[in-house]
Design a protein around this ligand. Structure first.
Ligand SMILES: Nc1nc2c(c(=O)[nH]1)N[C@H]1C(S)=C(S)[C@@H](COP(=O)(O)O)O[C@H]1N2
Ligand SMILES: [Mo]
Length: 260
């Protein structure tokens, strides 16, 4: 991080254009608009101690603001507050598909061979079969999924309350993070408070049927308190850790806490 260095900006406005460009690449759309309205070049320099002529230091500064924002969101998160639920009649048909690739590339995972792997800060690291997960107590919910790409949809998911599962395997509930590795190389991570939220489900069904491949067979994590990209599909492995694990979109600048 370069400190106390004056911007070596050629033409007036060049630095601002660079800042807008960096914001575009770092921030999610809503935050981008907010930053554009509220930050000037000088303001960002004061806030971060960074000269704003340097792309890397601008991005690092915006990432620091976003990580600060994560801490604020964690403090504001109320684990007892429930996300709205809806009647079955309001379920969106067809429910949209989304991934970092097109629908023709949806992964087809073999449910018989699949094992859920566990690692990190938990007592019982034995892998789980799909049949074993289906034998655990199940719950269902009709909730709204919100994607930062500008759509939302109501769907019905059923599965195992994640807090029940974490207790069952002896997870260290004082750990900071729960991380997920997916069958399509997607990955993400969440805060422990959200992992233990009563509406956070290890979803095995969609519309009372086994989760179809496009919605994340054999298992996804469904959290109505978080944006779409925080809800991992095709989960292969779960780990509990105090080391910040990041995520596929989060590492490209999307806000990590990602609450909705
Ligand atoms: N494994 C995996 N999970 C993922 C994604 C992905 O690309 N791969 N995309 C995320 C995003 S951005 C969204 S909006 C939702 C879409 O879920 P859906 O296809 O059930 O609507 O999945 C999330 N989880
Ligand atoms: Mo999304």
């Amino acid at each position: 991080m370069k400190r106390f260095k004056q911007p070596e900006v050629g033409a007036p406005g060049e630095g601002a254009a660079m800042l807008a460009d960096a914001i575009g690449r770092v921030a999610q759309p809503s935050r981008r608009a907010f930053l554009k309205r509220s930050l000037t070049l000088g303001g960002l320099t004061l806030l971060t101690g960074c000269a704003t002529d340097d792309q890397d230091s601008i991005e690092a500064a915006l990432m620091r603001i976003s990580r600060f924002n994560d801490r604020v969101q964690s403090l504001l998160f109320n684990p007892a507050l429930l996300a709205p639920t809806y009647p079955d009649a309001m379920i969106t048909e067809p429910f949209p598909f989304n991934a970092y690739y097109g629908e023709e590339e949806v992964r087809h995972i073999d449910g018989e061979a699949w094992r859920l792997e566990l690692s990190g800060m938990l007592a019982d690291r034995r892998p789980w079969t799909l049949a074993q997960l289906r034998a655990l107590p199940q719950q269902s919910q009709v909730t709204r999924h919100i994607c930062v790409e500008g759509w939302s949809a109501i769907g019905k998911w059923g599965g195992v309350p994640f807090s029940h599962f974490l207790r069952l395997v002896g997870a260290d509930l004082s750990a900071k993070y729960v991380g997920f590795q997916c069958g399509d190389d997607y990955y993400t991570s969440i805060d422990m408070a959200t992992a233990l939220h009563p509406q956070t489900l290890m979803a095995l069904t969609y519309n009372d049927q086994p989760l179809p491949p496009r919605y994340g067979f054999p298992m996804k994590l469904r959290m109505p308190t978080k944006l779409g990209y925080k809800n991992p599909k095709h989960i292969q492995a779960i780990f509990v850790t105090n080391t910040y694990p990041g995520g596929y979109w989060e590492d490209q600048g999307y806000n990590w806490f990602g609450g909705s």
